[in-house]
Design a binder for this molecule. Structure first.
Ligand SMILES: *Cc1c(COP(=O)(O)O)cnc(C)c1O
Ligand code: SF4
Length: 434
């Protein structure tokens, strides 16, 4: 299948576009001028149910929605476009709106960039002891942009700080000095937009470096759900599968961390074929996705996804909480509601699907899971725990917040029984030193 991308410039050429009114098409233009927009022919032809608009989850996942912007921002931009304002003015206004959408949440930029000597390694993040993240420069885009993307500033070029490393040499130097690292997670964007030969270069270097402490290589990708031809019929699909097999033959394990957002992504013929091909290389598939209003905020969606994943040989891994960036107001599901969704979906699956953890916030101190709602002496509390943390001693220690049905993120929660969460003083010290 030939890859065909549609963006702000050409989306009116999408064959099914007349399923949308002129007004709806205009809304895509307005919001797509502020937030990144790119969709491809697989999503359009195989995932979106065009008779199910405007609620269709695959549609909302890929097409900008009017309510993703605040009314005043929407109207401001709509007016500029209607009067065909100067492109510089449009850009300036777009940037202003973008800056109000918290483009750099949670200290990703400041706190997790390691150094080698006194050189900052911008394409590496190392926050949790065992896992180092690597952002290859050629893998910093995607086969389509998710409307809820938390890395959105990188796709519209307003990220002051682009995570990206030219090649793997610095990564290897860094790993040599860090024997505590067992996993390298290659991420993006989507590293599988890279040609297989570039991925082969990186992986060959890691393997040739004889780093015995590295046991697992992970790749974070949405290609499986949004461009499965990457593994089946792209020009270098076979070469890509060879690279996967090469890792597994070396004695290290390749794990694909696949974004799966709604059940339909697992229903097409092509995705099933791609899963089979990947599995034949010895690669393990694990799934992760945020819980998002308008896309998958029902127990039914998650229950169905987890069941289907297990049946297809994908291990359910994380349910994330929408980050406090971009269109969080549109997509955000409150923590208490996210937990209810998780629990209702989880209680009706067999143990094989209970490998999944969440709902989890990737916050600055660590990944914080909403473990449940407790009632203590007649009062409700939210029970939390770290499943990853800057200090590993914080992990698996239950702690409590005041019950709050509107809280969307860790910052919105008030500590219960104390004026601070147990980790806060230590965390502040860590951050002020880095
Ligand atoms: C989630 C995450 C990881 C991986 O954590 P695992 O628990 O090993 O899956 C690594 N680094 C960062 C910064 C993360 O957010
Ligand atoms: S796959 Fe990830 S990085 Fe790419 S657009 Fe979606 S959320 Fe953003």
């Amino acid at each position: 299948m030939k890859f065909k991308a549609y963006t702000l410039q050409n989306f009116r050429n999408i064959p099914q576009i007349n399923k949308l009114s002129e007004e709806e098409q205009f809304a895509i233009e307005v919001v797509g001028t502020v937030l990144p927009f790119m969709v491809n022919n697989y999503i359009i032809d195989e995932l979106i149910n065009w008779d199910n608009l405007p609620e269709d989850p695959a549609f909302i996942l890929s097409f900008p929605q009017k309510d993703m912007l605040k009314v005043k921002h929407y109207e401001q931009m709509a007016e500029l476009i209607k009067k065909q304002a100067d492109i510089r003015e449009i850009k300036k206004t777009a940037n202003k709106i973008r800056m109000s959408l918290n483009p750099n949440p949670d200290g990703q930029m400041e706190h997790n960039v390691p150094t080698l000597g006194n050189k900052k390694l911008k394409g590496i993040q190392h926050k949790y002891n065992e896992t180092a993240l690597f952002f290859p420069s050629k893998g910093q885009t995607c086969h389509a942009y998710c409307t809820f993307c938390f890395r959105w500033p990188q796709f519209i070029g307003i990220s002051k700080f682009k995570f990206a490393e030219q090649e793997a040499d610095n990564l290897i130097k860094y790993l040599r000095l860090h024997p505590e690292v067992t996993d390298v997670l290659i991420t993006g964007g989507d590293p599988l937009v890279m040609k297989a030969k570039y991925l082969r270069d990186i992986i060959q270097k890691i393997l040739a470096a004889n780093l015995n402490h590295i046991k697992n290589i992970r790749i974070g990708t949405k290609a499986l759900s949004h461009w499965p031809y990457r593994f089946t019929s792209d020009e270098d699909a076979e070469e890509l599968l060879d690279v996967f097999a090469m890792v597994n033959k070396s004695g290290k394990r390749l794990a694909l961390m696949v974004h799966l957002s709604h059940p339909r992504e697992l229903a097409t013929k092509e995705v099933k074929k791609a899963i089979r091909y990947i599995q034949q290389t010895g690669t393990i598939l694990r799934s992760q996705s945020p819980v998002m209003k308008h896309i998958n905020d029902t127990p039914k969606a998650w229950n169905k996804m987890w069941r289907k994943q297990v049946q297809l040989g994908i291990i359910p891994y994380y349910m994330f909480v929408a980050r406090d960036t971009g269109a969080q107001e549109y997509f955000g599901v409150p923590l208490v509601k996210s937990w209810h969704i998780f629990k209702e979906a989880y209680k009706n699956v067999s143990g094989l699907a209970r490998t999944v953890r969440g709902p989890s916030m990737s916050a600055d101190p660590g990944k914080v899971e909403v473990s449940g709602i407790s009632e203590i002496e007649g009062k409700k509390f939210i029970a939390l725990q770290f499943i990853q943390a800057r200090n590993p001693d914080w992990i698996k220690k239950p702690f409590f917040a005041e019950y709050d049905e509107t809280a969307l993120w860790l910052d919105d929660l008030k500590p219960a029984f104390s004026d601070k969460f147990f980790f806060e003083d230590e965390f502040e010290k860590m951050v002020s030193q880095s």
